[in-house]
Each structure stands twice: as structure tokens, then as C-alpha cells.
Ligand binder design. Structure first.
Ligand code: FES
Length: 255
């Protein structure tokens, strides 16, 4: 885990309240894995607390880190106002990311809404290890899925769903997952998105005897196991999302 000041090289609105920030990284570039997060602090912001933001992508050639985030409160509002050339302080990478030490497997990646944040790097890590990836991406509407234009999906079978049918198939990702798992044998499912969606994805995976890794979201104050802000009850006892997760085996959270 590192603490470093990074220069912001772009910070653009993607759609609605969502933004993509790119920063020049240094120490953390080689250590960062999909599913991990950083605590970001704006130097000139009104709030003192750091904000936990998932890593969206690591561009090793350019030494850049990408963060896809949603403006929800003062901390993320401060983040959205950072200009090119300014510095932010980042602490990370933190937490346990997705386990991608697998090769030549058949994988489904399911992302919903802001759960798209860790998927760009996850898909790249999976493809690098010669896995075959089906990506089910869902959101409320086409705006919620605008971030997909920032993905590299050339070698990925991408299935898009939206609640209002403005992009892809009208419907939900869990319905699409059922279809996909019915038609072909898969080894693993990775998911991130709204809680209810991940519960459904975990349950469907279990019913089909497929292992599933879920990336949970929790309120985080410290990000480093020093408070109790992110504790959750699981079948394996109390867990701290920032330290034990944010990625967990779905079996410990699904009833
Ligand atoms: Fe403080 Fe996890 S955020 S312990």
C-alpha cells in the first residue's frame, strides 16, 4: 500500500453524475489488481476524509490509473471539480481484489450500473490468462452504460441489457445470466453491481454449480481496517469489507 500525490491528467463527465478520472501513477501501478480500491483525497476539497474509489483500469505503458466514480456527496463533488494539472493524494491499492489466477477457463463477468467500475481491468486480466469471457453489462438506460465506450471489448462476447430497452435487450442481467448458464458450461462468474443484483447473480451461479466472486460495496471511513464502518455479517462471521474484501466468494453472503 502506497501514499502518493498524483497529477490529474483528465477528469471528464461520462453521463449524468458519473465521471472518469485519469491520474499519473507511480509506485502503485504494478501492484494494483482488479477489484481493489484506493482512498482518494482532494487537496483543496471541503472535506477532509478520503473517498474509497474502485480502480477502473491501470495503463502500465502510460503509467496511468483510471477511476470511474459517481458524484454522491461533497467528497465526490470535490473530486469532480479537480482540474487537469492539479494533484490528488491516493492511498492504495487496498483490499482483496478478484482472484484472476486462472487460465483457459470459461468465464462470465456480470456488471450492473456503477458495478462496471472494476470490470475493465478484470476483463483484461482474464483475457491475458487466455480465459474466454462473456460479459453481461446492464444498467437503467443507455446513459448508465456510456462507460462501455472506454472498454476494450474486441475479444469479448458482450451482452447488454437495460431496464428501459434504450440499449441492448430490455431486461435484467440476472435473466440474461440464466440463459447463458443454461446454454453452455462455465467455470466461474465474477460480479459487481447493486446488492440485489449480486444476490441474484450469486444464487443463479450456485444453482448452476458455478463458483461466483462478488465485489461488495460498504460505507468506508478509514479503508484500512482501523474502524468498524465497513463490517458486514456473513456466513463466515463478521467481515471487514475494506480488508477481507471487497471481493468475496458469493457462498458466504448468499442465503
Ligand atoms: Fe474502516 Fe473498513 S473502512 S475498517
Amino acid at each position: 500500500m502506497f501514499l502518493e500525490n498524483c497529477e490529474v491528467i483528465s477528469n471528464i463527465q461520462i453521463a449524468g453524475n458519473t465521471y472518469l478520472m485519469k491520474v499519473k501513477g507511480n509506485k502503485s501501478i504494478d501492484k494494483t489488481k482488479a477489484g481493489q480500491f484506493f482512498m482518494l483525497q482532494v487537496k483543496s476539497g471541503m472535506t477532509f476524509l478520503r473517498r474509497p474509489i474502485s480502480i477502473h483500469y491501470v495503463n502500465k505503458e502510460k503509467s496511468e490509473l483510471e477511476f470511474y466514480y459517481e458524484v454522491k456527496g461533497q467528497g465526490t463533488k470535490d473530486l469532480a471539480e479537480v482540474k487537469i494539472g492539479e494533484e490528488i493524494n491516493i492511498q492504495g491499492p487496498l483490499g482483496n481484489g478478484f482472484d484472476t489466477h486462472i487460465e483457459n477457463k470459461n468465464i462470465v463477468v456480470v456488471g450492473g450500473g456503477m458495478g462496471m467500475a472494476p470490470m475493465k481491468l478484470l476483463i483484461e486480466e482474464l483475457l491475458k490468462n487466455k480465459n474466454k469471457v462473456v460479459f453481461i453489462a446492464g444498467g437503467r438506460n443507455s446513459n448508465a452504460l456510456e462507460i462501455l465506450s472506454n472498454f476494450n471489448l474486441n475479444n469479448v462476447n458482450t451482452l447488454i441489457t437495460s431496464d428501459d430497452g434504450s440499449i441492448g435487450t430490455k431486461g435484467r442481467v440476472d435473466t440474461k445470466l440464466k440463459e447463458v448458464l443454461k446454454n453452455e458450461k462455465f467455470d466461474l462468474v465474477y460480479t459487481c453491481g447493486p446488492e440485489k443484483m449480486m444476490e441474484a447473480v450469486g444464487r443463479i451461479s450456485e444453482e448452476n454449480d458455478v463458483e461466483c466472486q462478488v465485489s461488495l460495496e460498504a460505507r468506508m471511513a478509514c479503508g484500512v481496517k482501523a474502524c468498524v464502518g465497513c463490517s458486514i455479517k456473513t456466513k463466515a462471521g463478521m467481515k471487514k469489507v475494506c480488508h477481507d474484501g471487497p471481493v468475496f466468494d458469493s457462498k458466504i453472503i448468499v442465503d
